[in-house]
Design a binder for this molecule. Structure first.
Ligand SMILES: Nc1ncnc2c1ncn2[C@@H]1O[C@@H]2COP(=O)(O)O[C@H]2[C@H]1O
Length: 678
């Protein structure tokens, strides 16, 4: 029989959830894929005890169901109904199964239920494993050494372990050849060499037995952490075979050949896959993986030279040290001299000692061929890696150079050229690229959106519009926002122009200018929105109502008219908010204008009064004094009103009905994120 077993059956559940299980399918019982995204459902034939336990839990669930469906009173009502009889029969049958009668059944019950073991994994945040029980008793094991805990192949612990194995591998790879050819292993230091050897072997063994078999893996898009499955998965791999062969205990033959026969440890070099795995993992986790890639290529280059040096020494020793002009002359440090010789032969043709016999000719030919093909390839690889690492910067340089050359060719004014260069520098420093959206293009839509949200969430959360509307508005718009950088004094929108974009201030400050551009109406800071009025299609307001300038360097997000229209079609509340805000700004601007006009009129009146007064004083009339006294009284009354409103928003008779006082007005602006009045 085949049943579906959730390999995450290992998740502990709360009592309420346990009750819920009865009403759900086998997979739903652990939550929908939304709440527990990493889930495995694999088919495997359960063992007898597992089956029995499964049945027991089903019975419990059924019983609970029965109790909730038919409370005692209801059961009394249906006392003799055929339904009740059927249910009771069913329950008796299940109870019979539930209580193990035979010895065999009893023994089955005692078998620990492996399927229900709770295993600590990244997907089961509340684990309780046998190892956890041990921990409670004070036996604390690191997760990597706990045989009941599966290992996350992308976790720090595993990568650190890979580093240790790689270290042991490198030791074996370098030292086996070195000790087998050069006379560096002596009788005195043999115990030290052997101690390090067997420490490395212990690491290899732990890796084979304890670590790799617990490595979680992806199966049909789900992480599998079932110990049986992870073990099976490892054993299926070629890596497992290599790992086993690399541990062949050929050094038993030391008994016959003596511990000087280090070449018997050659199989240890076969654990190459772990070395690659480590580099792949580092490549994934490091912020600048180029260093790892260059390091790996350099390792190959030096290792090949090292092998050449060992071969040279072995041949020299075989032919006889200092026996001819080609072989090593047994002077100086043997390894350094041979390494130097190997580097020279691999990287240059000619000017090398002349080979004198077939063996030497063969060596030289092989060394040169390796230099031409292998080294050229590896050095080319390093060049590629460096080129990839600096590609973005070189592209930036190319774009800037191309643009400045173009402007120079067109004889553009120098200040304009300087502005362009300034813009390039600022944008590069801000974004490190010029086409930010295209970088994410290869990602699926949802992922792209999540990345964009994560990147810009700090600033977008400050935008009042997004705070007042449903979060889906932000999700709909986040990918349509285009970054824009501005230099000090740049005009972002000009009064009277047709509006194509609205903007969100990301950083920096922007000034909303008065119609004559001689006064700042408002200062817009991070999170403020502007340029939306002319996009809303309000009659008579299809052009920019004000000029907006960048105060210093600033970064903004631009949203096109079509994208805004598309979003507002589905987010009516946002359209409403924008309209209310637009209405408020228009009223404010109109009030300001009226205020200004009144002030101008008063000024003119004052001048007229002054003129008349001077004329009257020239005529010496007492009536003139009376008139100017009245005028002065009127003016002081007006100025008192101004002082009363604290020099702020002055309510006039004309707009008293529709305007608010300064303090109210400021509060409203602050609440709506309109920026500060200046
Ligand atoms: N008094 C003001 N306070 C804040 N923002 C304003 C003010 N007047 C105009 N704006 C903004 O400046 C923008 C200019 O272009 P729009 O008319 O499209 O939309 C305008 C508003 O978003």
């Amino acid at each position: 029989m085949e049943i579906k077993v959730d390999v995450h059956t290992v998740h502990p559940i709360s009592p309420e959830k346990k009750n819920d299980r009865s009403s759900k399918g086998p997979h739903e019982s652990w939550g929908t894929p939304d709440t527990t995204p990493i889930r495995n459902v694999i088919k495997r034939t359960p063992s007898k005890p597992e089956l029995f336990n499964e049945l027991r839990s089903n019975i419990k669930d059924l019983e609970q169901n029965r109790r909730s469906l038919f409370p005692t009173q209801q059961l009394r009502l249906f006392n003799n109904s055929p339904k009740k009889v059927a249910i009771q029969e069913c329950i008796t049958e299940l109870e019979e199964i539930q209580s193990p009668q035979t010895e065999c059944d009893k023994s089955l019950c005692e078998v620990p239920n492996r399927a229900l073991q709770v295993i600590e994994t990244p997907q089961s945040p509340v684990p309780s494993s046998p190892s956890r029980e041990k921990k409670c008793k004070g036996l604390r094991l690191p997760a990597l050494l706990d045989p009941f805990v599966p290992i996350d192949p992308q976790g720090r612990a595993y990568i650190s372990w890979l580093l240790l194995v790689t270290f042991c591998y490198s030791y074996n790879a370098w030292c086996v050849a070195l000790r087998a050819t050069f006379p560096y292993q002596t009788l005195e230091n043999t115990p030290i060499w052997m101690m390090v050897d067997y420490l490395c072997d212990a690491v290899y063994m732990l890796d084979l037995v304890l670590v790799k078999p617990r490595l979680m893996f992806l199966n049909e898009g789900f992480w599998v952490d079932d110990p049986v499955e992870t073990r099976k998965n490892y054993r299926k791999k070629l890596q497992y075979k290599f790992d086993v062969i690399s541990l062949l205990p050929l050094d038993i033959l030391y008994i016959y050949y003596g511990p000087q026969k280090v070449i018997l440890r050659l199989p240890r070099v076969l654990k190459l896959q772990t070395f690659w795995e480590f580099h792949q993992a580092m490549d994934r986790v490091l912020s600048s993986p180029y260093i790892v890639r260059i390091g790996k290529t350099l390792f190959y280059i030096f290792y090949l030279i090292h092998l050449n040096a060992c071969a040279y020494y072995a041949m020299s020793d075989y032919i006889g040290l200092a026996s001819n002009g080609w072989v090593y002359d047994n002077k100086g440090n043997a390894y350094i001299r041979c390494f130097y010789f190997a580097t020279k032969t691999a990287t240059s043709i000619g000017k090398n000692p002349k080979p004198e016999n077939t063996m030497e000719f063969l060596y030289m030919t092989a060394a040169w061929l390796m230099g031409v093909f292998v080294f050229a390839l590896l050095i080319g690889q390093i060049r590629d890696i460096i080129a990839t690492a600096t590609r973005a910067r070189s592209e930036y340089r190319k774009t800037v150079d191309g643009c400045t050359r173009y402007l120079r060719r067109l004889n553009m004014p120098l200040p304009l050229q300087r502005r362009v260069t300034c813009w390039f520098t600022y944008t590069w420093n801000q974004q490190r690229c010029f086409d930010e959206p295209s970088i994410l293009n290869s990602l699926p839509y949802n992922m792209k959106r999540d990345v964009a949200l994560e990147v810009h969430i700090n600033i977008l959360s400050k935008v009042q519009l997004f705070r007042d509307c449903s979060s889906s508005l932000l999700r709909d718009l986040v990918l349509q926002l285009r970054p824009v950088s501005c230099l000090p004094g740049d005009v972002l929108v000009r009064r009277g122009d047709v509006g194509h974009h609205m903007y969100i201030v990301k950083c920096g400050e922007c000034y909303v200018m008065s119609p004559g551009e001689n006064e700042v109406l408002a200062t817009l800071r991070a999170g403020s929105v502007f340029g939306e009025i002319s996009l809303l299609g309000i009659d008579g307001l299809r052009r920019r109502t004000a000029t907006v300038r960048s105060r210093g360097y600033s970064s903004l997000f631009a949203l096109s008219r079509s994208d805004l229209d598309a979003a507002l079609k589905y987010h009516k509340e946002a359209a409403q908010i924008l309209r209310i805000r637009a209405d408020q700004i228009i009223r404010e601007n109109a009030a300001r204008l009226a205020d200004k006009r009144l002030e101008q009129r008063m000024e003119a009146k004052r001048n007229e009064e002054g003129r008349r007064r001077s004329l009257a004083s020239g005529g010496g009339s007492g009536g003139g004094k009376g008139r100017s006294g009245r005028a002065r009284r009127r003016l002081s009354a007006v100025s008192e009103t101004k002082v009363g409103t604290h020099g702020g928003y002055r309510a006039t008779r004309a707009d008293r009905g529709r305007c608010v006082t300064m303090s109210e007005h400021q509060q409203t602006r602050a609440a709506r994120g309109l920026g500060d009045d200046v």
